[in-house]
Design a protein around this ligand. Structure first.
Ligand code: SF4
Length: 329
């Protein structure tokens, strides 16, 4: 389990204009609470495709132009079509990239944006005609279809952030296990992630348990590769709230005979509020965490379900709190 002090330190690529350099077309830098917080526990590899392909800063902005000939990345002020330059840069950057665990990209950018980059009918002024992935982001998504890739805008949503961080830290921990090539390390990993996997998919969690048991006595390297495929599949989607509730009920069974009626009722009430969307997952989770500490419950103490990543990464952005945004929907 990663608690901020362990060696589990994911490597992640980030759009350089987020919290690293004033590289936006107009010389601006984007502030991002989550990227700023992550700097303490993640090794970032910042990159700015537009700068590194030679457009300089400040620069005339680029935009995506769509039409019969497909989508192109153009710089209206100069009339340049930089589609090939961008694609070449992106591919060569990704070719030489060391192992990474995820990407955080600038939202809405024609280069880095995911899904939300505007498409225009032509280089001249006029409203957008649709939205798509930026050109650098396309190369990333093609190259790493199963990797946690998010934009900094979506990470303001706590549910998306929770899923992204859980995937990031789980994969990072698994990479360490895979590098060791040890079945013992895999058994420990699977046992510590049992409840989290159960929340994602009970079916896959059981299948992965059979893999770890390795009745066919396969080589560890083969088991680890097969396990990785299942892990990728299991974590691809965030758990449904009903699945989380099942895990909470399962975990609370460990305390069945150690709680009084009021304590049980208090927990069930928190669970009901979570079911109705009136409180976040933190409410029932914190009650269980308190019981784990109080009773020294060894069977749950090491479960990543309760702390899949350092706690401080779920701290709210003070700016968002001021704006009174609903951060869970
Ligand atoms: S969005 Fe991407 S290409 Fe644009 S300034 Fe930021 S890092 Fe550079």
């Amino acid at each position: 389990m990663c608690d901020g002090e362990d060696v589990c330190n994911p490597d992640r690529v980030v759009s350089r204009c987020i919290e690293f350099d004033h590289y936006r077309w107009n010389g601006d830098m984007i502030t991002s609470h989550i990227v700023d917080q992550l700097k303490e526990c993640v090794d970032f590899i910042p990159v700015c495709a537009e700068m590194e392909m030679g457009l300089g800063v400040p620069r005339d902005p680029v935009r995506i132009v769509g039409g019969k000939g497909g989508e192109h990345l153009v710089q209206p002020a100069t009339g340049r079509d930089v589609t090939d330059d961008m694609t070449r840069f992106a591919e060569s950057f990704l070719d030489t990239l060391p192992h990474v665990d995820g990407f955080i990209l600038k939202n809405k950018s024609p280069s880095c944006g995911m899904k939300e980059a505007k498409v225009y009918a032509g280089p001249e002024k006029g409203g957008s005609i649709g939205k798509t992935d930026g050109f650098f982001a396309r190369s990333v998504l093609n190259r790493y279809p199963d990797m946690p890739v998010e934009d900094e805008g979506r990470l303001r949503n706590m549910r998306i952030r929770d899923h992204f961080l859980a995937r990031l830290y789980t994969f990072s921990e698994f990479q360490t296990v895979q590098a060791r090539g040890s079945m013992n390390a895999l058994v420990r990993f699977h046992s510590e992630n049992k409840l989290m996997l159960m929340a994602h998919s009970q079916k896959l969690q059981k299948e992965m348990g059979r893999m770890v048991a390795n009745h066919d006595r396969l080589e560890p390297v083969i088991v680890l590769e097969q396990y990785k495929e299942q892990l990728t599949q299991a974590l691809a989607r965030a758990p449904r709230y009903t699945a989380n509730i099942n895990v909470f009920l399962h975990a609370s069974g460990h305390f069945r005979n150690r709680l009084n009626h009021e304590e049980k009722a208090f927990f069930l009430e928190a669970l009901e509020k979570y079911r109705e969307g009136r409180v976040s997952i933190c409410a029932p989770k914190n009650i269980l965490k308190a019981w784990i500490v109080r009773f020294g419950e060894e069977n749950l103490n090491n479960q990543t379900f309760f702390a899949p990543y350092p706690d401080q990464l779920m701290e709210l952005d003070p700016l968002d709190m001021d704006r009174g945004r609903d951060l869970w929907t």
